[in-house]
Design a protein around this ligand. Structure first.
Ligand SMILES: NC(=O)c1ccc[n+]([C@@H]2O[C@H](COP(=O)([O-])OP(=O)(O)OC[C@H]3O[C@@H](n4cnc5c(N)ncnc54)[C@H](OP(=O)(O)O)[C@@H]3O)[C@@H](O)[C@H]2O)c1
Length: 255
């Protein structure tokens, strides 16, 4: 069976853990050459080792998505090692400063937006410029159901930054569609990652979150990776500007 990303070059941020790590492994297994980014060098090195051991091609560059230089350097790695860039998964994210919104600091608010929204924009800015040189590509952002189909107290900065990504998705899809660049957002429900476990650190909290979903469970990172693969591959060739829910039915559940 042919691999779905054979010949493609993909860049993935937030690849040191969770959804990004699972997606990097899947993309590489599907034939893509991958550039992986996050702040933790050791985790990235381990991921590159795993991909290489399975016969894939990967390079890592550690850095912080708040930096435009880092956004540029990640694209530079793709071009330097693999000659082009076809797919970019801007997935790095943080819950940021939460709690009662009347107590959220200006710095905490700004930092959450800097990582989740501005970081994703800076990434896309340089990725799209490169993709235009090879006739198009696919950019994917990780948004969330929180702040789009569902809201709960204490996550104002997170919800605002992540729903901002949906507007960004639409604007970039309209701007670069004529040149063959597709831009989509994936909106996960709860996914069993470090972020989920940190936020839901009691059995009661996990049970509450699990019950929000029609499927009465949370997702595995690999299940999100499958949906991202769809948006990255030519299987979604006519899909752009979407806010694609992968939420186990959380948006339609009231029981
Ligand atoms: N888990 C869920 O239930 C859920 C639901 C909806 C959406 N999401 C979104 O999914 C994405 C992935 O999260 P996850 O659940 O897989 O959590 P995770 O395991 O905590 O992964 C977060 C990733 O983002 C990276 N990251 C965070 N801040 C960064 C920064 N300033 N610069 C560079 N990289 C940074 C982290 O790497 P380093 O720490 O090594 O930098 C890590 O690789 C996030 O955008 C999150 O908001 C998650």
């Amino acid at each position: 069976m042919s691999k779905r990303l054979e010949g493609k070059v993909a860049l993935i941020t937030g690849a040191s853990a969770g959804i990004g790590r699972a997606t990097a492994l899947l993309f590489a297994a599907e034939g893509a050459k991958v550039v992986v980014g996050a702040r933790r060098q050791a985790e990235l090195d381990e991921l590159v080792g795993e991909i290489s051991a399975a016969g894939g091609r990967a390079v890592a560059l550690a850095g912080d998505v708040r930096s435009e230089d880092y956004a540029k350097a990640l694209v530079g790695q793709a071009v330097q090692h693999f000659g082009r860039l076809d797919i970019a998964f801007n997935n790095a994210g943080t819950l940021g400063e939460g709690g009662p919104s009347t107590g959220v600091s200006e710095a905490g608010w700004a930092d959450t937006l800097a990582i989740n929204l501005t970081g994703a924009f800076l990434g896309a800015k340089h990725q799209i410029a490169q993709m235009l040189e090879n006739g198009g590509g696919s950019v994917i952002f990780t948004s969330t159901f929180v702040g789009h189909t569902f809201a709960f107290p204490g996550v104002a900065a997170y919800a605002a930054s992540k729903s901002g990504l949906i507007g960004l998705t639409q604007a970039l899809a309209a701007e670069f569609g004529p040149q063959g660049v597709r831009v989509n957002a994936v909106l996960p429900g709860a996914v069993d990652t470090d972020m989920y476990r940190d936020m839901n650190d009691t059995p009661e909290a996990r049970s509450f979150v699990t019950n929000l979903h029609a499927l009465k469970r949370v997702a595995r990172p690999e299940e999100l990776a499958r949906s991202v693969l769809y948006l990255a591959s030519d299987d979604s060739a006519f899909v752009t500007g979407t806010a694609s829910l992968v939420d186990g039915g959380a948006s339609i559940t009231r029981t």
